[in-house]
Write a protein that binds this ligand. Structure first.
Ligand code: HEM
Length: 308
């Protein structure tokens, strides 16, 4: 029977390759989405959201070709990864995570068939969360294939679990700002003009199963609600995950992961603030989108780290 260690190594290599491909997919699709939305366009902000008015997309066809090629390669590697986990004998828990990854890839391929229409909020929303999910599941598979079964199970602090939950919420709210074309709804910091809490009319913007006709312009209730909630959740995430990471620094087995998480938290928070201060620079927004996935992967790493 083939050596289990050699198979685990192959699974790890494939999973790490899929992490890198998923990050590339995330980067290119953020470019396609955000440049198509009109972030960083000229004349700003009048050109923002013109895609919704039937204007041609601003991004080049090359980005779409790159996106399709990388996504197709990732799908093929996804099948190879699952096959490696299943045959000639089952390797758990890597097989479970690899199968979840492949299922998500197939789901996203299916959602892609509906994503040509920029008015449909749910397709963009699922695409953003799905892209982040690809990075997360491929990293989870790599961690599962690298875990030492002799190590004691992880005992992460409750504060880390709460911070991870808030991080997912922050990412979902950020995605809604993007897919609702709501960047220009709030151009100031720390709050939106003199509005510090969402108006009653703004909460409906949390519903992703809707169709939009135009971009949410300055002061739009829904857009303002999304910006404010995104910022408050980001602040709570910074505090809780930051605290969890600081606690992790005290444990030798967790130190490197905790340090990485702290750095990514600060970078991500700064990128968000700089995106607004820069008047919505396209490249800062793209970096903000990709770093969100890295942050989630680093949180997962800390959550699955053995305590000792
Ligand atoms: C833990 C911290 C944060 C996380 C995980 C996070 C995550 C995200 C994500 C995933 C998006 C969607 C990007 C896309 O459309 O591709 C987003 C959008 C955005 N975020 Fe954050 N964010 C954080 C903090 C902040 C902060 C502190 C600010 C500003 C004060 C901010 C401002 C924005 C803005 C303006 C957008 C919309 C840009 C667009 O049109 O997509 N974010 N965020």
């Amino acid at each position: 029977m083939e050596n289990r260690t050699a198979r685990l190594k192959r699974i790890r290599i494939l999973a790490v390759a899929l992490v890198l491909l998923s990050l590339l997919i995330l980067l290119v699709s953020a470019y396609i989405r955000l440049s198509g939305a009109g972030l960083g366009c000229s004349p700003w902000p009048d050109c923002y959201g013109q895609l919704l008015a039937g204007q041609a997309s601003l991004h080049s066809g090359a980005a779409r070709i790159l996106h399709r090629s990388v996504a197709s390669l990732a799908l093929v590697l996804g099948f190879v990864l699952v096959a490696q986990c299943l045959r000639p004998y089952l390797i758990q828990p890597a097989a479970r995570w690899a199968t979840a990854l492949l299922t998500l890839m197939i789901l996203l391929t299916f959602v892609g068939l509906f994503s040509a229409d920029p008015h449909r909020v749910w397709t963009g929303f699922i695409n953003i969360l799905g892209g982040v999910g690809l990075v997360l599941l491929s990293w989870r598979t790599a961690l599962a294939a690298g875990a030492d079964p002799a190590q004691p199970p992880p005992r992460p602090a409750p504060v880390l679990h709460a911070g991870a939950g808030l991080l997912v919420l922050t990412i979902a709210l950020g995605a809604l700002i993007g897919v609702r074309y709501a960047a220009t709804a709030c151009l100031s910091l720390p709050v939106c003009g003199d509005v510090a809490w969402p108006a009653a009319a703004g909460w409906s913007a949390l519903n992703p199963f809707t169709v939009i006709a135009a971009a949410a312009g300055p002061g739009d209730d829904g857009g303002v609600a999304l910006h404010l909630l995104h910022r408050y959740c980001a602040l709570a995430t910074l505090l809780l995950l930051g605290l969890g990471a600081l606690q992790g620094l005290a444990r030798p087995a967790m130190r490197a992961s905790a340090g990485l998480l702290l750095v990514l938290l600060l970078v991500q928070f700064s990128l968000g603030v700089l995106t607004v201060l820069s008047g919505f620079s396209l490249w800062l927004a793209i970096a903000h989108s990709v770093t969100a996935a890295l942050l989630l992967a680093a949180t997962l790493q800390l959550l699955t780290r053995p305590a000792a």
